[in-house]
Design a protein around this ligand. Sequence first.
Ligand SMILES: CC(C)(COP(=O)(O)OP(=O)(O)OC[C@H]1O[C@@H](n2cnc3c(N)ncnc32)[C@H](O)[C@@H]1OP(=O)(O)O)[C@@H](O)C(=O)NCCC(=O)NCCS
Length: 211
Amino acid sequence: MAYLIRPIKDEDIPELNQLDKEAFPTMWPATNFKREMENIMAHYMVLVDEDVSAAAKPVLSIWKRLRNCIRHDTGTIQQAVDCPKVIGYGAIWVMAGSAHLVSVAVREAYRRKGFGELLLISSLKEAIKHKCFEMTLEVRVSNIVAQNLYLKYGFAIKGIRKKYYLDNHEDALIMTLDSIDSPDFTSKLEEYKNSHTRKWKTTPGMAELAS
Ligand SMILES: CC(C)(COP(=O)(O)OP(=O)(O)OC[C@H]1O[C@@H](n2cnc3c(N)ncnc32)[C@H](O)[C@@H]1OP(=O)(O)O)[C@@H](O)C(=O)NCCC(=O)NCCS
């Protein structure tokens, strides 16, 4: 069994559509993944479970599973082969040095196992790779789960967009994480990653493999 994070592929789109329906049931218009793949500002990272047949699986050693799948010679997320089951994704748009976290979503059956955090770490790393100085996002005022995730990683509430969401006219909080390009944040991100590794009971050093 192995989990890995890799860039989006065409073959992921049907499963990503299902995942979006599950995670954002009222979202309209739905994400056009095909168009996003052609958008040079967009960077989509997909978390896949290679073992499609197992209905329930242990959640330990996420990094260990990643080790099998992520080439770490260049320090970037790398393409891997034949990974059919999409269990989550994270996406950023990079514009003028700012990374907009467009989406992070995990299939319901896999939530609360550290995958959302893993996708956020990967999104931050991707933003840093593209030389961004900040990450910003909108989140529903009612979405306390996602807000908790962002607060945990140091995002601050910077404002509010009134009636931002088309479905129910809910307000969005604008949350931003500044100075992600600073040495200070680089070491913080390392701490977050190590703490994630400890929490999911992986051995020291394995977190390196996903950097
Ligand atoms: C938000 C989401 C991606 C989190 O994914 P996840 O894999 O369940 O999250 P993790 O297990 O990595 O948890 C990371 C942190 O998120 C927060 N969190 C996750 N689930 C939570 C819950 N049920 N209640 C409160 N906080 C929660 C906590 O801060 C948690 O850290 P902790 O374990 O130290 O408490 C997932 O709930 C999801 O896909 N939701 C639907 C889509 C969505 O709303 N995306 C955000 C759009 S802005």
